[in-house]
Design a protein around this ligand. Structure first.
Ligand SMILES: C[S@@+](CC[C@H](N)C(=O)[O-])C[C@H]1O[C@@H](n2cnc3c(N)ncnc32)[C@H](O)[C@@H]1O
Length: 331
């Protein structure tokens, strides 16, 4: 296990994954009944963007730093000098206000969230870079700590739990596990396990709450990871048929993704993808996707709005860039 997320924290893939994760959780909080979240590959919980690891590849410069710069003229205090990072510093008052807001409260409602409804009803954002940011990103950005500590998925999920909701995180790497345990020390709503996330799909599902989210974010270190993912999704579906399942995947080139889709049972499955360029060079992370089984009400439209808002902020206008949400078709 060589993968350490600190080297990649806050990159464009994290922004895409985490903005969609926040929208999924908002979907779950629409109903008052408590929910359970299982995160199979949790990481350390949050990441210091000024650490040596984070600065080595400076990936956050093309991700969250750029998003904050371009969308609200707000920069976390991390030095980054790479070319192409020159950003608009014109603050967007609406988003700046959203960022200054405390994390969303605990109140649940069975009614559609009026904020989300407004976003869903609006036409997608235009293509121009540096355009005013879409409010669809506001909640995610409001959860990003501008002091330079980037929240990983466990911290984002935790911020959106209501008092009766629960989170279980699995992490195998000893250092990441220790950091995560420390982060959630004394938190009775969060259980941190040092266990194999794939095995946890069997051990921890179905949850007593009978509703919730399984979030799967493996490191794709070994070539079998897509196969593990397809098997894991099938297992999670059989044990928790009503659960929302979300799995992040890299897009380097198309062939592995096509093969992965072909091995899935496509019923009620969508793929939300952000491509920074055509996926032709298999040595580069050209884009990424989030596969969602049983997406919450209106998530499909909301995901499209979020991706269309992200693309002009994170992309460089390269050939083949795209933001798409597609529904996998039944055979
Ligand atoms: C992509 S990172 C997770 C990032 C995190 N989900 C986030 O968005 O902040 C993947 C993590 O999975 C851990 N990992 C790898 N194999 C695992 C396994 N079989 N079970 C649990 N964790 C695993 C790695 O140590 C790494 O921290």
């Amino acid at each position: 296990m060589n993968y350490r997320h600190a080297f990649h924290a806050g990159n464009f893939a994290d922004c895409m994954k985490h903005a969609l994760l926040v929208a999924l959780l908002r979907g779950l909080t629409r109903k008052p009944a408590p929910f359970f979240v299982l995160e199979t590959h949790a990481g350390a919980g949050h990441y210091d963007l000024a650490s040596e690891a984070a600065l080595r590849g400076n990936e956050a410069a093309g991700g969250i730093m750029r998003l904050l710069d371009r969308s609200c003229g707000t920069r976390a205090p991390v030095d980054h000098t790479s070319a192409g990072e020159a950003a608009s510093t014109v603050p967007d008052p609406a988003l700046a206000a959203a960022i200054d807001r405390p994390p969303a409260g605990d109140t649940a409602s069975a009614e559609p969230d009026p904020g989300l409804a407004a976003v869903v009803d609006r036409p997608p954002a235009g293509d121009a870079a540096f355009a005013a940011p879409d409010p669809a990103l506001a909640e995610y950005l409001s959860l990003v700590d501008r002091s330079g500590l980037y929240p990983g998925s466990p911290e984002l999920i935790r911020a959106l739990l209501r008092p009766d909701d629960r989170l279980a995180c699995c992490e195998l790497h000893p250092d990441e596990h220790t950091a995560l345990r420390r982060l959630f020390r004394d938190d009775r709503q969060v259980a941190v396990h040092r266990r194999d996330g794939w095995e946890a799909l069997k051990a921890l599902l179905p949850p007593v709450q009978k509703r919730g989210l399984v979030f799967i974010d493996p490191p794709y270190e070994n070539p079998d990871e897509f196969r593990h993912l397809a098997d894991g999704l099938a297992l999670a579906r059989s044990r928790f048929p009503t659960g929302v399942l979300a799995a992040w995947y890299p897009i380097k080139h198309r062939a592995p993704v096509r093969a992965f889709f072909a091995g899935l049972r496509p019923r009620d499955v969508i793929a939300a993808e952000l491509l920074l360029r055509a996926p032709l060079d298999p040595t580069r992370l050209n884009g990424c996707g989030l596969l969602v089984v049983n997406p919450p009400y209106q998530f499909e439209q909301l995901a499209e709005t979020i991706l269309r808002a992200l693309l002009p902020l994170l992309g460089n206008g390269e050939a083949g860039e795209a933001a798409t949400v597609t529904r996998l078709a039944d055979e």
